[in-house]
Design a protein around this ligand. Structure first.
Ligand code: PAF
Length: 282
């Protein structure tokens, strides 16, 4: 059946309520559009585990710390519709900014303990915008489960914490990062890399892999591992490292790498900011 696109909250709620009344399990995949195979993996997993799959496509102004980044964010609803249809989604919820924010919002969701460092340190207000829009989307769609990519590990940790603290009756399902054959994590921002930037971008993952190899060899001191990652990136002048950190499962920086630790990174290539992470095999 063709995927249906709905722009208004009332219309979306009516469709989902009818499905839930008939006992259907409803899955939600929140996105900002510009869908790629990473989103495809989220949709596939949601499709396999639910009766109704709702994809939300909304470029959320609240989570952009730079106006130009918001303006330049890729918007391609027709192409996104094709992806959703090919993957068997049932509904697209694609509201306008006026539908989502009819007036300047004055209520926000904040998870400061998890949002103040890593990306949060460099993108003030970003995670407040993410948590607020995801809470709104959860209240609008009222899904049984929601699917998020592990590439955005800090976002995932914040959403999990928000769901726990605010008692949303929603299962949060993490889905592994999808990579290009050369290791670059799929991202809607990759399309903005110039050909020469695209050629060096896989070094970000290679640097993380180098860090992980050190951990495999028994190194547990996070400063040694981070220094090795910095060295790999410094050898390539085009990449500007924003941060590299070793964190625990709750995304808190650790001095000693242990089970569940992740190496996380954010780096710039020209005007494009990329993030990535790997889990240590301890
Ligand atoms: O990961 C994203 O695409 C966005 O941050 C999200 C979760 C859809 C909220 O706007």
């Amino acid at each position: 059946m063709a995927v249906q696109t709905i722009g208004d909250i009332a219309g979306l709620r009516a469709r989902v309520c009818a499905a839930k009344r008939s006992g259907e399990r409803v899955a939600c995949v929140p996105t900002m559009g510009a869908l790629h195979a990473g989103h495809g993996a989220l949709i596939d997993r949601a499709r396999a585990e639910s009766h109704m799959v709702v994809i939300t496509i909304f470029v959320n102004p609240l989570q952009f710390d730079r106006e130009d980044d918001y303006e330049r964010y890729s918007r391609q609803l027709d192409a996104d519709r094709d992806v959703c249809e090919a993957r068997g989604a049932d509904l697209i919820f694609a509201p306008t900014a006026a539908e989502m924010y009819p007036e300047q919002p004055s209520a926000f969701v904040d998870v400061p303990e998890l949002a103040r460092h890593l990306c949060g340190e460099f993108r003030p207000g970003h995670f407040r915008g993410v948590a607020t829009v995801v809470a709104k989307l959860f209240n609008i769609v009222q899904p049984d489960a929601a699917y998020f990519g592990e590439k955005d590990a800090q976002q995932l940790a914040i959403i999990r914490r928000m769901v726990r603290d605010l008692d949303f009756p929603i299962e949060i399902v993490p889905v592994a990062t999808v990579r290009e054959p050369d290791g670059l994590a799929l991202s809607s921002r990759n399309g903005r890399l110039s050909p020469s930037e695209r050629r060096v971008a896989p070094l970000i993952f290679q640097a993380l892999e180098e860090g992980r190899r050190l951990v495999d060899s028994g190194v547990r001191d996070s400063s040694v591992v981070k220094e090795a990652i910095r060295r790999v990136l410094a050898a390539q002048g085009m990449i500007r490292l924003e941060y590299v950190e070793a964190v625990d499962a709750a995304m808190q920086p650790v001095e000693t790498i242990g089970a569940g630790s992740r190496l996380v990174i954010a780096a710039w290539l020209g005007g494009v900011r990329l993030i990535d992470n790997v889990v240590c095999r301890v």
